[in-house]
Design a binder for this molecule. Sequence first.
Ligand SMILES: [Zn+2]
Length: 370
Amino acid sequence: MDLKLWTEELRQLVNVDCGTATISGVAQVAETLAALWKKEGWHCENVDLGAAVGPGLLVTNKLQSEHYDVLLIGHLDTVFPAGTVAQRPMSQDDARIYGPGTSDMKSGLLNILWAMRGMDKSDLQRLSIAVAMNPDEETGSVHSHRWLGDLAKRSRQVLVCEAARADGSLVNARKGLAGYALTFTGVAAHAGNDPEKGRSAITALAHSILAINALADAERGTTLNVGVVNGGDAANIVAPWASAVVDLRFWENSEDERVHRALLEMCEKGFMEGVTTTITRLNHKPAMAISAQTEALMRLVEQAGERENVKISWKAVGGGSDANYTAALGVPTLDGFGPIGAGFHSPAEYLEIASVEPRIRLLRRVVSML
Ligand SMILES: [Zn+2]
């Protein structure tokens, strides 16, 4: 492959400020990619996902297909604010390429294009392929996960092309997560004159923390973290208010349901007489769990790896991606089909140049075997 051309195309994608909130930059990345795909004869469609985010980009090899043999997913946005590219544009040494979004995940987007570029004509005629690129993955795909979900439901399998892990592993499971805000409303009173008239929201909060921690199940990997607490107005006032923010992580979606129900029940009942508690779920991502169908897809990827001489290993990781949404819909989903990289969301982000070509071959081989 022409690694020089690949690198130049990557530069066009990396040297654009395209944090999720930089809508014009996200749109520019979509435009650049659409132009490259159109040159290959694929159909491109900008998808309006609302004014709050940039456009989604849907690329297909067959116009107006109702069902897809495979849906390839990547995101157009990064976590970096405007001005980052001016500070540290794409750079490279002998082994690695650096720059905002190089491995998270411009190189993954580019590898999809290169994998499809080299596909056999007969495979492209046989298969119906969709590539969906969303503009807001880094802020939880709030505006795009329904769109991706609808596409996934019409697809036999989903391959997400986030970077492979630093050791080369692909990703077959991801933890799910949920965030909760709790507010406690008590009764203020003078802490010296008549404390008995007060109801301390902070004391209720203290009780809640231990009760919330007790919902964890270490064996199953279900964790709860009361990560932020606030409350009270002064040391001599019985606190009339308090608040907490809780982070929940789980491997199994049944654990999510168990904890969610328990939290609602606990808050409804309250943690102390005279103090009311309200709870709001702030965000939610289901777990990407391994189903029997996922296992079959893993075997196929392993065979593809053998044929392309790419060693395949799997990792279950704590962080979420769009794979969580599509897997939770029951569509077999695997992740990590981009080049190898690490240091995401930081200036240390890099991608391994030597992994670019083999990972393109691997992805192409996997798709051709579907
Ligand atoms: Zn990211």
